[in-house]
Write a protein that binds this ligand. Structure first.
Ligand code: ADP
Length: 166
């Protein structure tokens, strides 16, 4: 068994992400969720908020930790001694991007293997961006994100609305 990293933006974490983490955590010794640090202008939640929400959602999994990283995922993997990169694959949308990324990562680091887990059927059309999009238009999609995420999401949307009205 190995140590693995599950990298992503997770803006915010959804039930699809948590499902991947739960399943991956049963197949490796230790899993680090790597929350990529990007300019907070490009995300709804800053990196600390994204880490906090993900950490709360996987607090029941003893061999999972959540950390931020910057730069190349393969470098982040090496830094924490992970030999596996975990990715989630939705059947229709992810194959091309994920296979290109895996091949590029392999080119840079042959010792780090990418392992893709297929998304569960109920999460195939779930993405952070779709959740934000429909929630902003007033839909209640609280059943698609962990319990601790819905409150902060609604709060952010209200803040945005208030600042765009000013
Ligand atoms: P990225 O910025 O890398 O696309 P995301 O936070 O969108 O980050 O996703 C991180 C990983 O989780 C990716 O491998 C993505 O394909 C996977 N993923 C996203 N949504 C789902 C889902 N609903 N079910 C399974 N995997 C998912």
């Amino acid at each position: 068994m190995a140590r693995a990293i599950y990298p992503g933006t997770f803006d915010p974490v959804t039930n699809g992400h948590v499902d991947i983490v739960e399943r991956a955590s049963h197949t490796v010794d230790h899993l680090t969720v790597g929350v990529v640090e990007v300019s907070s202008k490009r995300t709804m939640f800053n990196v600390d908020e994204r880490i906090k929400m993900f950490a709360e959602a996987v607090a029941h999994l003893p061999n999972v930790t959540v950390e931020s990283y910057t730069g190349l995922t393969v470098n982040a993997a090496r830094e924490i001694d992970a030999s596996v990169i975990i990715r989630g694959l939705r059947i229709t949308s992810d194959f091309e991007y994920e296979s290109e990324m895996a091949l590029m990562n392999r080119r840079m680091a042959e010792d780090v293997e990418t392992i893709c887990l297929f998304s569960a059927l109920e999460y195939q059309i779930l993405s952070s961006s779709r959740v934000k999009e429909v929630a902003a238009l007033g839909a209640d999609v609280s059943d698609l994100v962990p319990k601790n995420v819905w409150g902060p999401l609604v709060e952010k949307l209200e803040q945005r609305k208030a600042s765009s009205n000013n």
